[in-house]
Design a protein. Sequence first.
Lengths: 241, 333
Amino acid sequence: MKLLEVKSLTKQFGGLRAVSAFDLSIEEGEIFGLIGPNGAGKSTLFNCVAGVYPPSGGDVLFSGKSISGQKPWNLCKRGLARTFQIVKPFASRSVLYNVMVGSFATTGKSAAAERKAREVLAFLHLDKKTEILAGNLTIADRKRLEIARALATEPRLLLLDEVMAGLRPTEVDEMVAIIRTIRKNGITVFVIEHIMRAIMALSDRIAVIHFGQKIAEGTPAEVASDKNVIKAYLGEEYAVS
Amino acid sequence: MTRERIQIFFLIAAAGGALGLPLVITSPTYLHILILLFFYAYLTTSWNLVGGFAGVLPLGHSTFVGIGAYTSTILSLQYGISPWIGMIIGGVLAAIAGVVIGMPTFKMRGAYFALATIAFAEGFRVMVENIDYLGPFFLNGPRGLQIPPLNVGLANFMFTGKSPYYYIILVMLAAVLILTYAISRSKLGYQLVAGGEEPEAAAALGINVARAKLIAMAMSSFLTALAGTFYARFTLFIHPKSAMSLDLSFEIAFIALIGGRGSIAGPVLGALLLRPVGDFSRIYFGDKLPGLHLIIFGVVLILVMIYQPRGLQEPLTRAYHRLLDRLSGKIEK
């Protein structure tokens, strides 16, 4: 079943067409990757799906229903959660508090929200840091906190915007393992990433965006050997390896 | 003894102390100072729901004090309606006004929001100052309204001595503190804090930030207006420059900033420090060096802002927890 469908989505900022007639469909249970050079329109596409920007044209369907133009908080309640490329923790509050904000999306009771938050924190190996202020976390932990908050809202689709940027190689491996487990738990994952090693290993399918347009789509192996992709993004060395 | 027990013990001691104070302090002057201290602590705690938790800086809360004071006073003077009922009606009107003011202003950020609330408050005060009759209601413009001290008694919210007022404002303060505590641990509290700190992230986590802020604003303005009725019954004279002046709005914000915005103890701590500083410097220096109390007030404000920008609440909470640790540790051994 198609969980997310993007149909000829266009987003225009004044004279700049950041995303143009973009088509995409993500199956339930899939890990779908989106790659492309800086400024290609990845985050804009993400923000259109997540309700931050209303699309200028086209449609976005979430489990068969149009969600185009809906507000982020309503999308969250329908089961669409996201992280931010530039992490946005509630810095003056504890890690537990941050995640509880997320778990309050599905419950009104503090005790239930706390239980859910602790579960999610344990899953992300943050359970020893629950009382630390979010502003004092390392970048790796902040990225995890972003995921923890999003998971606490009990999403069906998780949009991950460069959650591995700035991580050390061992931390990237841990994150790959975490994302795999998230999918194993039944959550569909849509991920933007620049770290090729990670996204190639993770994704079932990958789409490549360049100047707002899709230039390739397929399995990691297909995409990696695509001439257009190599020219626009990967570079010659990647094709050889 | 566990930490919880010690805390409960402290709480009971504080409550007992507060209840017993009027028995010890017989001077009406000092009792008056205490009543106003609690009055400001109450106002600031109500303000804190928006100004603290929701992370914006409203500087026009005197509007709601004024709405509360005028509503109950007009209803009792002209229609003989009990001030207790007028108090609630005033609260409801203020809540509506709060939402009306909040809807356009919550879209603004930082200083723009603060300025917009000042503009609303000043506009409202100037209007009241220039209106004698609002439909059938007699406002008496800048001269204000006097409440004749006729029917003394609880039903009429009017007393000869000061201690009944003391107990009323004490109960009001305790109630609003308990309410604030409950909200801070509830879904709404989390939504407000999240929306105040990172609105985009909050929205992505399912929070309608504007809606949460409006709910907080409605509650805050309702509670603030209740204090307006208290003020009217306590002073028996209200006029636009007293009940809805910018000074009042600013003092609430100062107390919150000094005590610590967004914490539960902050407004009380701020009032405990600032009110006596203002009052006693006025009493002791007012006749010798007029204006000195304002300078002292200003100096205290500046010092706290420089050395404790997040308010006195922070170091004091730390000290309090250390004290709790020590006490519970020692007694357990």
